[in-house]
Design a protein around this ligand. Structure first.
Ligand code: FAD
Length: 353
């Protein structure tokens, strides 16, 4: 039976792709999950805007917004209401070049890998650009991050090279406050334009008005705020150096991080927790590998990667339930042995039990 709002959804924006009972497996890096009751792909900001107005007009309609689906596990039973895949993409470079100032503050995302020779060694790639002139760039949320990085570096705008090998959109980068090496995405952020689904209006937030932490943003606690675009302050840096670092970082990461995953399964535990147990910072990968001996362990088709123990991969036959159970299993083991809670970085969407 057709969804009661499907006919109305078809009229939201001429030419936009809409469907119902749409399989979501093509819209996430794990290639799994059930169907979306209602589904739309926004390829332009005007399409996204009209879809968000539609949700605002139907406050009881459940909704989900997806970027590249590179940080999610979608329930086998699918997603209720409307799922929007945001592909609205545009990059606007503002013409004015600003003199160097003290706006740039590194929040030091780096949680050292405990075995850099085996995993990642960022220290040799890091360098400081903070004394350089800078320029503002506005990027629509559906722009793929790898595309934005290479386009901007080729325009001599640097700073995003640390976020190489992250297959998400710019909206996902803001939502998750992604980290790369020593840096968080919020270090480069100036303002964020959002659509407020409660009021039906757009709002501009200044980065300095919001709280940013490792793998956490204000938007995770406010799902009625949909990120439309972000304005970044990027450096007029050396494009050759930035591109070299970007490629070297990708070369390292691609050896141990699988694209058939939703990224790191868990955030690393805080220094405070680690100091009490190990006397120093430990990464979640190290804990799963050395303390739990779970490298290669699997449930159904979901498996802890042999190359990086904080990456859980789809071996080809995994269900979303397999992933959920594997995450719970590791959480239980860590709680039983060490008494603290590992926090998943992965977002579980839809019903899980
Ligand atoms: C191989 C690999 C490597 C990775 N490396 C890293 C890494 O180094 N650092 C890191 O931090 N992450 C990493 N990730 C995880 C992931 O790529 C990032 O978190 C990415 O930013 C997610 O973006 P996305 O567009 O895919 O978001 P999605 O997975 O589509 O969505 C994630 C969440 O963001 C929300 N969201 C998406 N767009 C919007 C929007 N416009 N407005 C409001 N909410 C929105 C969704 O509703 C969902 O809750 C990696 C993943 C993989 C597969």
């Amino acid at each position: 039976m057709s969804h009661p709002l499907f006919t109305e959804l078809q009229k939201v924006h001429t030419g936009m792709f809409v469907s119902e009972n749409q399989s979501l497996s093509a819209y996430n890096t794990l290639h799994l999950g059930g169907n979306a009751e209602l589904f739309a792909i926004a390829t332009k900001q005007s399409e996204l805007f009209d879809l968000l107005k539609f949700i605002h007009q139907h406050p009881d309609l459940p909704f989900t917004i997806l970027g590249s689906g590179s940080n999610v596990v979608i329930s086998d039973s699918g997603l209720p209401g409307l799922t929007i895949v945001n592909k609205a993409n545009k990059i606007d470079i503002h013409p004015r070049i600003h003199e160097p100032d003290s706006h740039f503050k590194v929040t030091y995302a780096q949680r050292n890998e405990n075995e850099p020779e085996k995993y990642l060694d960022f220290t040799k790639l890091d360098y400081d650009e903070s004394g350089l002139p800078y320029q503002e760039v506005t990027i629509q949320a559906g722009t793929p991050l790898p595309f934005a990085i290479t386009q901007l570096i080729s325009s001599d705008l640097t700073g995003l090279q640390w976020f190489g090998y992250i297959p998400g959109t710019v909206g996902g980068a803001v939502y998750q406050n992604i980290h790369g090496g020593s840096y968080h995405f919020s270090d480069y952020t100036d303002t964020i334009k959002v659509f407020n689904l409660k009021t039906g209006k757009t709002v501009l937030y200044k980065k300095t008005d919001l709280d940013w932490k490792y793998e956490t943003s204000f938007f995770q606690k406010n799902p009625h705020l949909i990120i439309l675009s972000v304005t970044l302050k990027l450096f007029r840096g050396n494009a050759t150096t930035a591109m070299k670092v970007y490629k070297a970082w990708i070369a390292q990461k691609s050896k141990v991080q699988s694209m058939a995953s939703p990224g790191s399964a868990f955030a690393n535990p805080s220094l405070e927790i680690c100091q009490k147990i190990w006397g120093e910072q430990k990464s979640t990968g190290w804990i799963i590998d050395h303390e739990l001996n779970l490298k290669g362990f699997g449930i159904g088709g979901a498996k802890i990667s042999q190359e990086h123990s904080n990456f859980f991969i789809n071996t080809g036959t995994a269900t979303a339930t397999d992933f959920y159970q594997l995450v719970k299993y590791v959480q239980d083991k860590v709680r039983d042995k060490f008494g603290f809670e590992l926090i998943p970085e992965i977002k579980f969407l839809g019903k899980f039990e």
